[in-house]
Design a protein around this ligand. Structure first.
Ligand code: C2E
Ligand code: MG
Ligand code: MG
Ligand code: MG
Length: 270
């Protein structure tokens, strides 16, 4: 019986595993094609200060699959990281963002960069080439990295970050509070800004512990002279709690969803 059951299990699971694998492979093939055809797009989400002035726009990549429709970057960015496509994706993103925002006046633009890009010794050559091609001023651009980038650094990541700073870019640490970066690594990697992860913001209304955590992060950021922005702010109540904690920079659906550059050119036309 158990043999029978074992066989049944195998015949039951195998087609499923096949299907999952096939799905992944076909997604990878389609992503490869999309990248080769520059068929991805960028959207931009504002960050505002307490006077509701826009202080920065975060660039976020979008992929609409020809048959499956929009695929979340939380699916295809990790897929790129697993398949080696991430350097191509990273180059597409930086190229398109510089191209679309070069003429914007009066706002900073944040670009997400994968830890794997920062580990590449070729990274800075790509950046300086694109800076020259679009003649952009790096001091208007912020590079968003995650705490994962700072772990297990073999030296290349730190070199790349220091070179970015030398070029004039600022460095923001994304999803802050969810990883394991030490205060020491904030200094060591010359981070300028922290983005408080939206899980903390989400819990602000539910429990006092979240408020104590946010309060501590803000005090820490202040003491280290870092800029601080809260991400994923969806409600007035969350914004008020954040303000009470001394955090006056917000990004989230309360302010705006991410939108294509074409809808922003009127605001930032230069
Ligand atoms: P992230 O960098 O932390 O970006 C913030 C994410 O939160 C975005 O999701 C944004 O659309 C979403 N968001 C903004 N406001 C709110 C809100 O009020 N509530 C909620 N629930 N969500 C909000 P998105 O665009 O799906 O991107 C997800 C993640 O994918 C990003 O997280 C980032 O890690 C990665 N990603 C996106 N674009 C790029 C890119 O161009 N390059 C790289 N390397 N990664 C990217
Ligand atoms: Mg980000
Ligand atoms: Mg984030
Ligand atoms: Mg996030």
């Amino acid at each position: 019986q158990s043999k029978e059951g074992g066989r049944n299990r195998i015949t039951f699971f195998e087609p499923d595993m096949d299907a999952a694998l096939r799905m992944r492979r076909s997604l990878e093939t389609d992503l490869r094609k999309a990248l080769a055809n520059n068929a991805l797009t960028m959207v931009y989400q504002p960050q505002i200060d307490h006077r509701e002035h826009i202080t920065a726009m975060e660039a976020l990549v979008r992929w609409t699959h020809p048959e499956k429709g929009p695929i979340s970057p939380t699916i295809f960015v990790p897929l790129c990281e697993e398949t080696g496509l991430i350097l191509d994706l990273g180059e597409f993103v930086m190229d398109r963002v510089f191209q679309e925002t070069a003429h914007w006046l009066g706002t900073r633009v944040a670009i997400n960069v994968s830890p794997l890009q920062l580990r590449s010794p070729m990274f800075m050559a790509m950046v300086t080439r694109l800076v020259a091609r679009y003649n952009i001023d790096p001091s208007r651009y912020e590079i968003e990295i995650t705490e994962t980038a700072l772990l297990g650094d073999d030296g290349v990541t730190r070199d790349n970050l220091l070179m970015l700073k030398q070029e004039g870019f600022t460095i923001a640490l994304d999803d802050f509070g969810t990883g394991y970066s030490s205060l020491n690594s904030l200094k060591r990697f010359a981070v300028d800004k922290i983005k408080i992860d939206r899980s903390f913001i989400h819990n602000l209304e539910a429990n006092d512990e979240a408020e104590a955590l946010v309060d501590a992060i803000v005090k820490l950021g202040r003491a280290m002279k870092l800029s601080i922005v809260a991400e994923g702010v969806e409600t007035e109540a969350q914004r008020d709690r954040l303000a009470a904690c001394g955090c006056n920079h917000f990004q989230g659906f309360l302010v705006s969803k991410p939108v294509p550059a074409s809808e922003l050119n009127d605001i930032f036309f230069g």
